[in-house]
Design a protein around this ligand. Structure first.
Ligand SMILES: Cc1ncc(COP(=O)(O)O)c(C=O)c1O
Length: 400
């Protein structure tokens, strides 16, 4: 029992515990073929964002295709970047990479941020301010929500993927306000896909900017993993494309892709870009290496999408509610926090790392197990996991 100055914290933590919302850390080591050692137990990892299995990549310590002959290799293999990009942290590897990545994304330019969270915070708060309006899908990621709060703009949430609701809000908005529509392309906790073409139509009709967060589609969708925006031919229509290297690219860091002037503006205005030390140059070198694998090893995307569609069908066949999933993110919606935790604990006992996602990450009353598939999962392992999921789900009366 803690007394004195931290009593309020203890009470808050106790209240989280009573609502089955307390979070704790577990030692986790990644093993081969999508297995993991979690809390000392070997489990099939159905909770990772390493969709293509690229997180195993190590820097190969070689010259990269764009490096000039005379450039010292060691410069781009350092860990410490020593300062922010705008001071002396801008190793040549950054701009070379950004130019190439922009061309892959079909945009004029691109800017690397330290993480997706920081990109969303910095970009949204740079683009809109107190007098402006932001229209955001109700299920957008927390980093988008935090960027909006930081911007102090008027914040209106539209119903999930509901174009009519969004249009109603746009119609009734002050025509003098600068407007930003923002959406995930694949929703992180639901696996549903945003109606990007319709959003483009609306943003054009109402003179709004459109920002799309490709965190969960980058590396996977499109001919070479350029993401959903590119695969729909919308690279020039979506004003701000954001994505992260921490998921399918199996690395760390994030980017914004768009017009040159946007990138120049963000270099000057995005505080999470300006006031932080640049990512280690070696991190960019590993991103580059993984990006080449994303482009050249298309069996990874194919295998991921095939396994995901099959896994979802198998869950539905067993009577589970998989919500609106259309991707490699497949939830089983349970509803109650405690029941969801209980389901997850039983699964983990059987060697299935499938974790409970509870409010505030998802709306109240929609707690769920979030399954994510990896291209390197073995079919035999997924089949065995499905047997456990089905049996435990029935035992706990989670099936429909
Ligand atoms: C939709 C979405 N945007 C942004 C982020 C943040 O990205 P990062 O993990 O690189 O900070 C995430 C990751 O959790 C996400 O799911």
């Amino acid at each position: 029992m803690v007394h004195g100055k931290w009593k309020w914290m203890e009470e808050e933590l106790q209240s989280l515990k009573e609502k089955s919302q307390l979070r704790t850390l577990h030692d986790t080591s990644l093993l081969e073929n999508g297995w993991v050692l979690r809390g000392g137990k070997k489990m099939l990892n159905l909770a990772s964002n390493d969709y293509l299995g690229l997180s195993e990549s190590l820097n190969e310590n070689k010259r990269y295709q764009f490096m000039k002959e005379e450039e010292p290799i060691s410069s781009s293999l350092r860990f410490g970047s020593t300062a922010s990009r705008l001071i002396v942290g801008n190793d040549p590897i950054y701009r070379e990479f950004e130019k190439q990545f922009a061309s892959y994304k079909g945009t004029e330019d691109c800017l690397v941020f330290s993480s997706g969270y920081m990109a969303n915070l910095g970009v949204i708060s740079a683009l809109i301010g107190r007098k402006d309006l932001v229209l955001s899908d109700r299920l957008n990621h927390a980093s988008i929500v935090d960027g909006i709060i930081l911007s102090r703009a008027e914040h209106k949430r539209y119903k999930h993927r509901d174009i009519e609701h969004l249009e109603y809000l746009l119609k009734n908005a002050d025509s003098n306000q600068r407007k930003l529509i923002v959406t995930d392309s694949i929703f992180s906790m639901d696996g549903s896909i945003a109606p990007l073409e319709k959003l483009v139509e609306l943003k054009n009709r109402y003179g709004a900017m459109l920002m799309v967060d490709e965190a969960h589609s980058g590396g996977i969708y499109g001919a070479q993993g350029q993401g959903l925006v590119h695969s729909l031919g919308l690279s020039n229509e979506v004003d701000i494309q954001m994505g992260t290297f921490s998921k399918a690219y199996g690395c760390y860091g994030a980017y914004i892709a768009g017009d040159s002037i946007l990138i120049q503006y963000l270099m000057n205005k995005a505080r999470s870009f300006i006031f932080t030390t640049a990512l280690p140059p070696i991190n960019i070198a590993v991103i580059l290496q993984n990006w080449l694998r994303v482009q050249n090893e298309s069996w990874r995307q194919k295998s991921l999408l095939e396994k995901s569609a099959w896994f979802k069908k198998e869950l539905q066949f067993r009577g589970f509610n998989t919500g609106e999933s259309e991707s490699q993110i497949i939830p089983i919606i349970v509803g109650d926090n405690k029941e969801t935790l209980n389901f997850s604990n039983h699964l983990q006992e059987k060697g299935v790392a499938a974790l409970a996602v509870r409010p505030p990450t998802v709306p109240e009353g929609t707690a769920r197990i979030r399954f994510t598939i990896m291209s390197i999962h073995q079919e035999v392992d997924l089949k065995e996991a499905l047997v456990h999921i089905g049996e435990i789900g029935q035992q706990l009366k989670i099936t429909l």
